[in-house]
Each structure stands twice: as C-alpha cells, then as structure tokens.
Design a protein around this ligand. Sequence first.
Ligand code: ADP
Ligand code: MG
Length: 227
Amino acid sequence: MQTNEILALKNVVKTYHLGETKVEALRGLDLVLKKGEFTALIGKSGSGKSTLLNLVGCIDSPDSGQILFEGKDITHIDEISKSSLRNHKIGFIFQSFNLIPVLNVFENVELPLVIQPEVSAEERKARVMAALKDVELEEFLHYPPDKLSGGQRQRVAIARALVTHPTLVLADEPTANLDSKTSHKIIDLLLDLNQKKQITFLFCSHDEKLIDRVGRIIRIQDGVILE
Ligand code: ADP
Ligand code: MG
C-alpha cells in the first residue's frame, strides 16, 4: 500500500438475488482513492454507484474481492468494527437527507456523537456548533427540518456527517433532490470543505453538469470502472 492511499477496492463483486433473477451490480470493480482527493463517481442510474458506496460505508458486504480502508482489510470485519468505522472514520451523506423530523437542527447534527460516550456534553456542543458554522447554519439550530429549504436540509446532513471528524465522506447523489443552482452551491461547499479540512470525498452522481470543478472524475458503467 502507498502511504497516501485511503481506500482501495480490488476485484469487488456484488450480486443481488431477486427470486430467480440475479442482478450483477458490481462485476469485479477496482478503485483507489488517495488521501485528500475529491472524486466524483459518475454513472447512469443502475450502474452500481449506490452499491459501491454502501460497501465502502460498511452498510453492506461484497460477495468477493477486497476493500481496504487506511490499509486495513475491512471486507469481512464484524458488526462492532463496522459501526466503529461509521462512527469515527467514514461519514455518509444521502440523496434524501435522512434527517429525523422530530429533532431540531442541533439535535440532528448531535446524534452521531450522542452514541460516543467518550465525547463529553460540552465537547459535543462545541463540535456541533463548529459543524453548523462550517455549513453556515448556526442561526438555524432550533429549527425543525420541515422549516428548512432542501439545500438547508442537505447542509444539516453534511454537518451531521462532519461532526464525527471523519477522514472519508461518502455522498450518494447528494444533490439529486435539489434544483441546479442549489446543487452547485452544495458541490461548492463540499469542495471547500475538502480544501480547508483535507477531508477525502467520494461523491456520486448521474449528472454530468455538476462536475466541472471536480478534481478527479471516474466513470462507472454496468458495475465496472471505465478507463
Ligand atoms: P445506481 O446507484 O448507480 O443507480 P445501484 O447500485 O443502486 O445503482 O444498482 C445497481 C444495480 O443493482 C441495478 O440494476 C439495481 O436495480 C440493482 N439493485 C440495487 N439494489 C438492489 C437490491 N437491494 N436488490 C436487488 N437489486 C438491487
Ligand atoms: Mg443510487
């Protein structure tokens, strides 16, 4: 492994079984990300983007192949190690924001820290406020999600992903539910966070128009990366 390598997928295969039908979502996929990179994974609907991100985010496991995170093989680690990775190292941003409607902005961002007993209440508050500042939502901390615009909701979700201080952030079509102006603002925010905080981002989209300023673009088709 090279020291600046944060993620490597080697010959990763994932097949879904729907009754008698087999769907080969990833068919021997290889990918390497370096620390500090901002990578856009671009592919049509059904090309395997979400499957890939879910495997990296330890939400699902591959059938075969290998996934290395920070040089460590995470392909078949147990559930406790997986949740530890998700709590400390890997942040996830979803297309549909996935905010908890009965919690306000502060409480939504605080949630990943509440399950970390080593983080004191005082530190939790400081980290939530810092994350809200990063996404320019400090003034909205008491708002419930349904009083916010789509772009603001996604910024809350970004703050929630950042509050654990992850080294890798995965974003699965984070702008698919937003208008194009707001989408560009969200991508600019992610790029800015990448520059300022050296967070590695793997972001996926089916939208070619979004990626004009992205450093590295890789294309996925039918479950493999195109050269
Ligand atoms: P993308 O995110 O690029 O749209 P996906 O990774 O969601 O692609 O899907 C890749 C392929 O796997 C598609 O053909 C999709 O229908 C199929 N697929 C995804 N998730 C499941 C699932 N849970 N069960 C069965 N098939 C699935
Ligand atoms: Mg998808």
